[in-house]
Design a protein around this ligand. Structure first.
Ligand SMILES: NC(=[NH2+])NCCC[C@H](N)C(=O)O
Ligand SMILES: [Mn+2]
Ligand SMILES: [Mn+2]
Length: 309
């Protein structure tokens, strides 16, 4: 049973309207749409005390001039924003609150996971995504930093002075992926070299989602004692389920598989932080946008204890 059932019970929504880790405008509107869809009220109805005092603005950093560093696009902006996010998320976590970060693009996870690891140095990370987001400054083709946050957290690749605040606080054995199906060649090499456990859609097909989540937990959290940070990129879901996202890849998780992951992690009682990333409400027709925002909210509810019965 959850350790949150008896005590804390405060969830802090960290709205991050940020798109600087990738080129498509609109992903900054994701958190605004999820809150407007009623997420705060929905979580309150689940029994949570919900803290939300507006979305983060990042105005002070939006103005900086930011030419590429090597291939990295918007490096100073991404660094400044994710550093701010790390402080906010770490602050909530240290108070015993459950930070729920709404993106915004997945570069934000450099901040959220840094914040979690400040508060809980032994936390493990469960990363749900079509992509591994583990390119380094050396391997990236796109230069989009949302394809790289994991490598920074692990301390891989040539160091970039602008990101020196990011501590390599994540150990490869504390990281597991579910849902992968679009991995760059350099990323495949990094996953192998570092022995990082990943369950692609192939394993989801072979074993079923129930077994995959159990194996994933067995790997990163064998005794079920470590705090869990769940970082959920909505593009892990099949585009038929979550169409409005910047880098959709066919062959993804079904609606139920996505929700099952969230429910099973909630059931461990070990969830200490959640990210719901890459909802981009400007990439589809109104009905598809609504569908994507709605599924984003329902994944958050599933991770925070909503049950079917
Ligand atoms: N968070 C995401 N949707 N990431 C997509 C990354 C795509 C590609 N691997 C890249 O490095 O650009
Ligand atoms: Mn992705
Ligand atoms: Mn991602």
């Amino acid at each position: 049973m959850s350790r949150f059932l008896s005590s804390p019970i405060t969830a802090a929504i960290v709205g991050c309207p940020f798109s600087g880790g990738q080129p498509r405008v609109g992903v900054d509107q994701g958190p605004i749409h999820m809150v407007e869809a009623g997420l705060v009220k929905q979580l309150t109805e689940l029994g949570w005390k919900v803290k939300f005092d507006g979305h983060h603005q990042f105005e002070e950093v939006n103005a900086i001039t930011d030419p590429p560093i090597g291939k990295l696009k918007n490096p100073r902006l991404v660094s400044a924003v994710t550093k701010a996010v790390a402080n906010v998320v770490g602050g909530h976590a240290k108070k015993g609150e459950l930070p729920i970060t709404l993106g915004g693009d997945h570069s934000l996870a450099m901040g959220t996971i840094s914040g979690t690891l400040e508060a809980y140095p032994d936390a493990c990370v469960i990363w749900i995504d079509a992509h591994a987001d583990i390119n380094t400054a050396d391997t990236t083709d796109s230069g989009n930093i949302h394809g790289m946050p994991v490598s920074f957290l692990l301390g891989l690749g040539s160091p970039i002075p602008e990101f020196s605040w990011v501590k390599p606080a994540l150990k490869p054995e504390r990281l597991v992926y579910i849902g992968l199906r679009d991995i760059d060649a350099g990323e495949k090499r990094i996953l192998k070299e570092n022995n990082i456990k990943a369950f692609s859609m192939h394993e989801v097909d072979r074993y079923g989602i129930g077994k995959v989540v159990e194996m994933a937990l067995d790997h990163v959290n064998p005794k079920r004692t470590l705090p869990i940070h769940l970082s959920f990129d909505v593009d892990a879901l099949d585009p038929s389920v979550a169409p409005s996202t910047g880098t959709p890849v066919r062959g993804g998780l079904t609606f139920r598989e996505g929700h099952y992951i969230c429910e099973a992690i909630w059931e461990t009682g070990l969830l200490v932080a959640l990210d719901l990333m890459e909802v981009n409400p400007s990439l589809a027709d109104a009905a598809s946008v609504k569908q994507t925002v709605t599924v984003g909210c329902s994944l958050v509810r599933a991770a925070l204890g909503e049950t079917l019965l």
